[in-house]
Design a binder for this molecule. Structure first.
Ligand code: NAD
Length: 348
């Protein structure tokens, strides 16, 4: 799948600036559509991957995580943080970078920024999942939490499902103003709402995308009508959830990797053996997605390493023969592989 660069010592590096160029050159909606295809392809071959819950280092203010996975040809990992307080200090809540390597010789074939890429892959994953779970002909999405991820989600849902109207709510009205401005400029019908309850009114899809390091209750049971699809993005750490437990008890719950979601997702509120459906099985036609228009479906999204692997694989495929990557002098390359010291000595 991944032809190695001719000079193994130089690793292609995609900076934030080049990632943004790549997205614009591709077109953001084409990028989301193609990325969604890569993600769906990888979900459909789920058993081929090495899988483990991500390795998390928790602190009072946030978490730093490593997310590794591999198939027979490539190994990938993402470094990512989640610090809700960062935003108030002028920094991103979530930043990330990632590496794709060749399994054959262990050499990295890509190092890339993944802050922008994570927003794109999270949105593409949510939208591709919703093609299996959301009511047919959904047009209106309620969006609670209008921070960094918000517009990416809206664009992915328009691209894959045809959403054209968003109902926005955030505890911070300036976040809603920002998202409204950006989404109007992208041609959305935008309704600014005064409460979460107002935002979900008449929506076929509800996206919760808040950041708060606590068991929050962004949605209570009385706010969710039958037949709605909930795309719950923000509850993704132990002690950090968004939905009241009663919503979980009456929804059909779909997850990425149960071993990780039971630790980090909304279902941390439920018994360890509570029944959930793995999305890869739905995509392979081995388990049912949406059965009827009355069913309440919930994607308990936490973000899994395979989605990042798909994103790395996609970016790697896009940069071949382009100037979107700079060669990074990252790996020692002595003429005689055993003479590493000689190379150092001669460099004096
Ligand atoms: P952000 O800090 O940029 O935005 C979060 C927004 O939520 C802020 O505008 C804040 O005012 C708002 N908010 C907080 N509490 C709220 C409440 N009770 N009601 C309404 N709004 C509220 O963060 P972001 O980068 O947009 O990320 C959002 C969440 O998504 C984070 O929790 C992050 O960890 C999570 N995330 C999940 C995935 C995934 O794969 N599931 C990927 C990326 C980010």
């Amino acid at each position: 799948m991944t032809p190695l660069p001719s000079d193994l010592a130089y690793v292609p590096f995609v900076s934030v600036e080049n990632m943004m160029r790549l997205v614009h050159e591709t077109g953001v909606e084409t990028f989301l559509r193609e990325l969604a295809q890569f993600i769906e392809e990888d979900f459909k071959r789920w058993p081929e991957f090495d899988k483990t819950p991500r390795i998390a280092s928790h602190s009072a203010d946030g978490v730093i995580e490593l997310m590794p996975t591999a198939d027979a040809e490539n190994y990938g990992f993402k470094y990512v943080n989640g610090h809700p307080k960062n935003m108030r200090e002028g920094y991103q809540t979530v930043t990330a970078f990632g590496v794709l390597s060749s399994v054959a010789n262990g050499y990295p074939v890509l190092l890339t920024e993944m802050t922008v890429l994570t927003a794109l892959r999270t949105a593409a994953t949510s939208a591709v999942v919703a093609t299996y779970l959301a009511p047919k002909n959904s047009q209106v999405m309620g969006m609670i939490g209008n921070g960094a991820q918000c517009e990416f989600q809206a664009l992915a849902f328009r691209t894959l499902l045809g959403i054209n109207t968003v109902r926005l709510y955030d505890v911070d009205p300036s976040a809603t103003d920002k998202a409204a401005r950006n989404l109007k400029a992208q041609g959305f019908e935008v309704i600014k709402c005064q409460s979460a309850e107002d935002a979900v009114e008449g929506a076929q899809i509800i996206t919760t995308c808040t950041a708060d390091k606590q068991y929050a209750t962004i949605l209570t049971d009385n706010m969710v009508g039958s037949g709605q699809h909930i795309n719950a993005i923000g509850g993704d750490c132990p002690g950090k959830t968004e939905l009241h437990k009663d919503i979980l008890l009456r929804s059909d719950i779909f997850v990425e990797y149960p071993e990780q979601t039971r630790i980090e997702g909304e279902i941390q509120q439920l018994a360890q053996d509570y029944p959930v459906t793995e999305l890869w099985r739905v995509m392979r036609g081995e388990a049912e997605g949406r059965r009827d228009q009355k069913q309440t479906t919930l994607f308990d999204s936490v973000g899994f390493a395979i989605e990042d692997f798909s994103a790395l694989r996609y970016v790697h495929s896009k940069i071949q023969g382009t100037d979107f990557a700079q060669p990074l002098d990252m790996l020692a390359d002595p003429d005689d592989p055993r003479d590493l010291f000689g190379m150092l000595a001669r460099a004096k």
